[in-house]
Ligand binder design. Structure first.
Ligand code: CP
Length: 331
């Protein structure tokens, strides 16, 4: 199925910050996705750069490790002609005991326009957003939200399947500690998808059903019925005790093996936010299967989505119509 044709969305972006998907309306999410579609076209040009954020400065402030998100935000800012500085925890004065607030005030004193922050504590991005004039983009805060990951997942589903409403999406694995899962659940439900969570009771407690999703305990229950299957990594770094007996048992109950992948519908999309633990949540051959796997498309689309997030949050400074501005931004 071909993706929907572009159509104007009658909303204006008024937010200074992008902190989570929970707070966004379906119209705002759709505006972000439509803006990303326009910016994706920039990546196909010989000169992959537009002047939309010329004169703006952006700090990539990553207190937790990252490959995809950090690279993608840096490239997105460069393609929008912003000036970019990267700060990591180990190379900052955080290691000398400086607080997050003081670090952020130092950035603001340098007139930084946009701060992209990844932090191990839920609420870190909101903490900065409430105290600084700079736009704050949440690149992952603890187990709370990872909004641009959800947006790139939604973008990829819409691009590949032409729609999101009415699709059945399974999210498998460590939901309890996953900011990716929470942001995806909010986004998918707001855009009209059906969501089933799959995992052991320790990692997928029934309390998630209150969000409006179904919870099942075995991956074998859902293989034949889903349009999208999103495998999540076990987040050992956030777990303080053992949540399942061992990796062998986990693979036998929840791993997307080659045998299980054969039972998926012919048009089912296989997704993973990365980084992948090959042979655990997903078999290596399944992750690389060009027929079903869209894992690298997710990475590619992350760049366009992050260009859209940076561009729209910066646009709050002027009360202009986002659609008009998008046309100028991608010219
Ligand atoms: N998906 C994701 O956030 O990956 P990174 O940790 O590499 O940024």
């Amino acid at each position: 199925m071909k993706p929907d044709a572009p159509r104007p969305i009658p909303v204006t972006w008024r937010r200074k910050d992008l902190l989570g998907i929970q707070e966004l309306s379906a119209e705002e999410i759709t505006l972000l996705l439509d803006t990303a579609r326009q910016f994706k076209e920039v990546g196909a040009r010989d000169v992959k750069k537009v002047p939309a954020l010329r004169g703006r400065t952006l700090v990539n402030f990553f207190v937790e490790p990252s490959t995809r998100t950090r690279t993608s935000f840096e490239l997105a800012a460069m393609r929008l002609s912003a000036d970019v500085v990267n700060i990591s925890a180990s190379s900052s004065s955080l290691v000398k005991g400086e607080t997050l607030k003081d670090t952020a005030l130092v950035l603001q004193a340098n007139n930084v326009d946009i701060i992209v922050i990844r932090h191990g504590s839920a609420g870190a991005a909101q903490f900065l957003a409430e105290r600084l004039d700079s736009s704050i983009i949440n690149a992952g805060d603890g187990a709370h939200e990872h909004p641009t990951q959800a947006l790139l997942d939604l973008f990829t589903i819409r691009e590949k399947r032409g729609k999101i409403a009415g699709l059945h999406v399974a999210i498998v694995g460590d939901i309890l500690f996953s900011r990716v899962a929470r942001s995806n659940i909010w986004g998918l439900l707001k855009l009209g998808a059906r969501v089933t969570l799959v995992g052991p009771s320790t990692l997928v407690p029934r309390v998630f059903e209150r969000m409006g999703v179904r919870v099942v305990r075995r991956i074998d229950e859902i293989l034949e019925e889903v349009d999208v299957i999103n495998l999540l990594r076990i987040q050992h770094e956030r777990q303080r005790r053992a949540y399942f007996p061992g990796l062998g048992e986990y693979v036998s109950l929840f791993g997307l093996t080659k045998e299980r992948a054969h039972r998926l519908r012919s048009d089912c999309l296989i997704m993973h936010p990365g980084p992948i633990n090959r042979g655990v949540e997903i078999d290596s051959d399944v992750a690389d299967d060009p027929k079903h796997s869209v894992i690298l498309d997710q990475v590619t689309n992350g760049l366009a989505v992050r260009m859209a997030a940076l561009y729209l949050c910066d646009s709050h400074r002027g009360d202009h119509d986002a659609i008009q501005t998008n046309r100028r931004a991608t010219a």
